[in-house]
Design a protein around this ligand. Structure first.
Ligand code: 5AD
Ligand code: SF4
Length: 486
């Protein structure tokens, strides 16, 4: 409900994925910033490095290779990376005193945007690798070891996906019950505030076969819930084996047939790309969870136009009506930007009004920040910082109220919960409700990875508290890292 954490995910990919193969004599530490897409990419990077003998570590000091997987969506992203590199330099110097080497790589959207500038400003960086080049990591590492400064920021996304899919066919020991799967990358929408079309490039979809193969392998290694990822995921248009093009609805139908995949989700969607087939999939597919992240950004037609969002507020309302008609129980989530250039009190009031009418289950909200290279950055009528702050506070208070009301409405309900991991206290597990809320309950560890029927008995500030309904295993199933853009 508050602003998305942009820098604190700290998913040393270690915790997420363990790969077999290689002699595991070298250690890689990956720090992931930003959205779920980066979490997925970090896992793929460690997959690619495993045959090179790298296993993951959560302790930077013992790492032979440190990778920062960066995010560029908000202000000062690059500056934060430079200050982190300053800290890493000290660790590297300490290791050098002990006669140990440490390579440093910067990956992700800051790498793409800054390129060579990174190794110029931070000479400890051996490799700068853009999001479309992770499959080349082993050869890039070789070059870096020979003393070359490596900067690889080409946009060859097809090659990345082909190669990463091959990797996915190698045996994977065990994955957590809920995992991400990237199906689409990049964006052609060019919202005037957003860097994604510049850092991630044009929209590209993976083939149906690649995705199905990866999903089958995930299911075989213990994954029960897959969240399909893309910056504009519902613009998915992948090629099927017969040469036809499939949309996201059709892809979800196919994935719902995979044994063991109890739950499907997708994020992030653009209102313009919610087609009838996808809405119907919400009506038909039991495994498609009743949760939809559908950013609107603003409730003012004037601002939507200036943002180049390609839809009006009325079109958004009509869309929400159709979605709720197909899936009455759906939890709606969104992204909001306050203080876009030219936003008046009335425009802001229109956004508040839209929120009151839609009633969100959860949402992310941000003050507009000028991103160099985007049209918004040079627009006149930039809104003063104090006005933005006041509006954000008001908007978040309303969204927080709605989230509390939505959570409270679950009290007394029985729902399926996918039990994902141990909780804070002994004997406690944490899982996710169909509506993506964390649920805490007492249950044996052996139930991790299963979907159980749970009665919601209490509502906390950030999670629900449940009670196992004894003897009632859920017959079917139904994950909070920020979603990619759209
Ligand atoms: N300023 C503020 N918020 C932004 N977002 C993207 N670019 C900006 C920006 N320049 C937000 C949007 C998007 C989410 C991922 O981040 O709400 O949906
Ligand atoms: Fe594309 Fe979303 Fe960015 Fe708009 S906000 S340009 S839809 S990624």
């Amino acid at each position: 409900m508050t602003s998305r954490p942009e820098a604190e995910l700290d998913t040393s990919a270690a915790a997420e994925t363990k790969t077999v193969s290689g002699d595991n004599t070298r250690k890689v530490f990956v720090r992931t910033y930003g959205c779920q897409m980066n979490v997925y990419d970090s896992e793929r990077m460690t997959d690619v490095l495993a045959p090179q003998g790298y296993s993951t570590t959560e302790d930077m000091e013992e790492a032979d290779l440190v990778i920062l997987n960066t995010c560029h969506i908000r202000e000062k992203a690059a500056e934060k990376v430079y200050s982190e590199l300053g800290r890493i330099r000290k660790v590297k110097e300490e290791r050098a005193k002990a006669g140990k080497d440490m390579m440093v790589g910067v990956a992700g959207c800051v790498a793409q945007a800054e390129g060579e500038e990174i190794s110029r400003r931070a000479p400890i960086v051996d490799m700068v690798v853009g999001p479309q080049s992770y499959h080349q990591l082993p050869s890039l590492l070789d070059k870096a070891r020979q003393g070359q400064k490596v900067v690889e920021t080409e946009f060859d996304i097809d090659a990345k996906f082909d190669h990463l899919s091959e990797r996915a066919e190698k045996p994977i020991m065990k994955r957590p019950p809920a995992a991400f799967l990237t199906v689409q990358e990049g964006c052609d929408k060019f919202c005037t505030f957003c860097v994604v079309p510049y850092t991630r490039g044009a929209e590209v979809s993976r083939s149906v076969e690649q995705i199905v193969t990866e999903a089958q392998r995930m299911a075989a290694s213990g994954v029960r819930e897959v969240t399909l990822l893309g910056q504009n995921v519902n613009a998915y248009h992948g090629e099927a084996a017969d040469g036809s093009t499939w949309g996201l609805g059709k892809l979800l139908r196919r994935l719902s047939e995979i044994d063991g995949l109890d739950r499907l989700r997708y994020t992030t969607s653009h209102p313009r790309d919610m087609d009838d087939d996808l809405i119907e999939a919400h009506r038909e597919l039991k495994s498609l969870m009743p949760y939809l992240h559908l950013p609107v950004q603003s409730g003012s037609d004037k601002i939507l136009k200036a943002m180049n969002r390609k839809h009006t507020r009325d079109e958004y309302f009509r869309l929400i009506d159709r979605i709720r008609e197909a899936a009455p129980d759906i939890a709606l989530s969104g992204d909001f930007i306050v203080g876009f250039p030219g936003e008046t009190d009335q425009d802001f009031e229109d956004t508040m009004d839209l929120i009151r009418r839609v009633e969100y289950g959860s949402a992310f909200s941000f003050k507009y920040s000028q991103r160099p290279g985007t049209p918004g950055a040079t627009m006149e009528d930039q809104v003063p910082e104090d006005v933005k702050s006041a509006r954000l506070q008001e908007l978040q208070a309303l969204l927080s109220e709605q989230q509390k009301a939505f959570n409270a409405s679950r009290k007394g309900m029985t729902c399926d919960v996918l039990l994902e991991k141990k909780g804070r206290n002994p004997g406690q597990l944490v899982g996710k409700s169909p509506w993506l809320q964390p649920v805490q309950l007492d249950a044996p560890e052996s139930m991790i990875g299963s979907v159980q029927a749970v009665e919601i008995v209490e509502i906390g500030s950030n999670s629900l508290f449940g009670r196992l309904i004894a003897g009632q295993d859920a017959a079917d199933g139904s994950g909070a890292i920020p979603a990619p853009a759209a």
